[in-house]
Ligand binder design. Structure first.
Ligand code: GLU
Length: 526
């Protein structure tokens, strides 16, 4: 079914981030789609670092990106830190290669030197409305098309800074054959003579480096975000200028990720406003020290993040939503991706996390809950953590509505962190009892102190304190005496009207702690 996409050549795709900061969640989805496509066709996924913009380089970004994909279980076959025979895979280490290709275009008259200083360019912009460096203006500028040859040579020899610009012929319809969008046509007259190389840092710009590398690394498909679509006609023209049109990769520009309300592009601000991360991992900005939250640190499971992202812009065409990586690899269809932006439904993200949470055993979940407890200064064993998880993971929590923090909303427990406010009493005895509390007012009656003392006396006698043994001993007594001790007992052990089955809770606390809490409550409430 998809063979037509790959008939001509082996599948080789790349993820090519610029290390300018933490990787945005949209970039994670782009890489995931590349990964699914590569695996599905038995191809390779290359990790290339596009660091030709030295101004925007941020230390630590490359390591961050690699760490994020390790966490998500998205593996590369080749590239920075993975090796391969088409390297180096970091663009700043490929200067010699780019110099050769820039030369080639100049020698063939397809690119030219431009000596215009930033001041000269600014002056021109003020003089000419909507100035663009193109066929209509290039002959008024200081470049190798207008200056005598000797002067060009002299300027270069003298070390004058220059750029190399791509000479674009106007008036041609340029076709981009996009797997998702079909035939995208742009007239070359709207394109400017893009800068391909800057002598000041002896580096090419993104466009040239990107095309040269895709060619040399034998990339078969360029799968990337929609924000790169406007560059695609230029890229098509560059392939042609080099004579590489026959091995030009096929393009697929993925839909944008939109704000939760669908109005505009998803931004970090949306995440701050609604309380969800837009980065895979926590990021500490090395310049400002500012912290941005991450999916990993917020307690998401990597499988849940992968599944959630996979369905933002594509769906299997069935009602099935829970898909493992293997299922995604076999079901994903690049040509079925949507053209329209995908709303970032973070509540759906919670849902995915809950589903994956419930698919784990209590034991598997224990370490993340232990970490939550540790933050509260509580050291629990794995066994204790697992037991509490088992009792509480299907409960509902309340959380402040991000739209209106005064109001509370409800949702299912979806994260290990959700468990803490529900589970504090497992680890901390109630210290005080709020007599105004509705549950306490209603359920702590005249007879409660006497009944709780009697119950505590009985519990104290039990040799076996398991929930079943308690039940066997206490239920008949409760029945014979026609008592209803449950809510008062809950007040003793929990301090409020919450929590699991009382026998299960008492068994977790143990005989001594259970009886201690009961006698304390009797003393306090009388
Ligand atoms: N370096 C570009 C980025 O940061 C790559 C775009 C592309 O895939 O061509 O996304």
């Amino acid at each position: 079914m998809t063979t037509d996409l790959t008939a001509k050549r082996p599948v080789r795709v790349r993820f090519a981030p610029s290390p300018t900061g933490p990787l945005h969640i949209g970039g994670v989805r782009t890489c995931l789609y590349n990964y699914l496509f590569a695996r599905q066709h038995g191809g390779q996924l290359i990790f290339r670092i596009e660091d030709t913009d030295t101004q925007r380089f941020v230390p630590g970004a490359e390591e961050y990106i690699l760490e994020a994909f390790r966490w998500l279980g998205i593996g590369f076959d080749e590239g920075v830190s993975f090796g391969g025979d088409k390297g180096p895979y970091r663009q700043s280490e490929r200067r010699d290669i780019y110099r050769r290709y820039v030369r080639q275009l100049i020698d063939e008259g397809k690119a030219y030197y431009a000596f215009d200083t930033p001041e000269e360019l600014n002056r021109k912009r003020e003089e000419v409305p909507n100035f663009q460096y193109d066929a209509s203006t290039r002959m008024q500028m200081r470049n190798s098309l207008t200056l005598p040859r000797e002067e060009v040579e002299r300027l270069i020899q003298d070390g004058t800074q220059y750029t190399v610009r791509f000479l674009i012929e106007p008036g041609e319809d340029v076709h981009v054959d996009d797997i998702i969008r079909g035939d995208v046509v742009i007239n070359s007259s709207i394109l400017d003579d893009k800068v391909l190389y800057k002598s000041a840092d002896d580096l090419p710009t993104y466009h040239l480096a990107n095309i040269v590398d895709d060619h040399l690394m034998e990339v078969s498909h360029v799968i990337r975000g929609e924000e790169w679509l406007p560059s695609a006609p230029l890229h098509v023209l560059l392939y042609r200028a080099f004579g590489w049109q026959d091995t030009m990769p096929r393009f697929a520009h993925l839909p944008l990720l939109l704000k939760p309300d669908g109005k505009g592009k998803l931004s970090k601000r949306d995440g701050d406003k609604f309380g969800f991360p837009v980065f895979p991992l926590l990021w500490r900005d090395p310049a400002t020290g500012n912290i941005s939250r991450g999916y990993r640190e917020d307690g998401y499971l990597p499988q849940a993040v992968v599944n959630f992202l996979a369905l933002l812009g594509w769906n299997p065409g069935t009602d099935e939503e829970l898909l493992s990586m293997e299922e995604l690899i076999s079901q994903f269809r690049l040509e079925k991706c949507s053209k329209n932006g995908a709303k970032f439904d973070f509540v759906k993200g919670w849902w995915f996390n809950r589903e994956y949470l419930l698919r784990q055993t209590d034991r598997e979940l224990a370490p993340s809950f232990q970490a939550v407890l540790r933050e509260q200064g509580i050291e629990a064993t794995e066994e204790q953590a697992a037991e509490v998880i088992g009792l509480m993971k299907t409960k509902v929590i309340e959380y402040p509505d991000p739209q209106n923090p005064a109001a509370m909303k409800k949702r299912n427990v979806s994260f290990a962190g959700d468990l803490w406010p529900l589970c504090d009493f497992f680890f901390r005895a109630p210290q005080t009892f709020d007599r105004e509390d509705k549950f306490i007012r209603k359920n702590w009656t005249e007879t409660s102190a006497r009944e709780m003392t009697a119950l505590a006396d009985r519990l104290e006698q039990l040799a076996d304190f398991s929930a079943e043994a308690q039940k066997q001993a206490i239920d008949p007594w409760v029945k014979a005496e026609a008592l209803k001790p449950w809510n008062a007992w809950r007040i003793c052990l929990v301090g409020k009207g919450q929590g699991p089955d009382m026998y299960a809770l008492a068994a977790f606390l143990g005989r001594e702690e259970t009886v201690r809490r009961m006698r304390f409550a009797v003393e306090m409430l009388g």
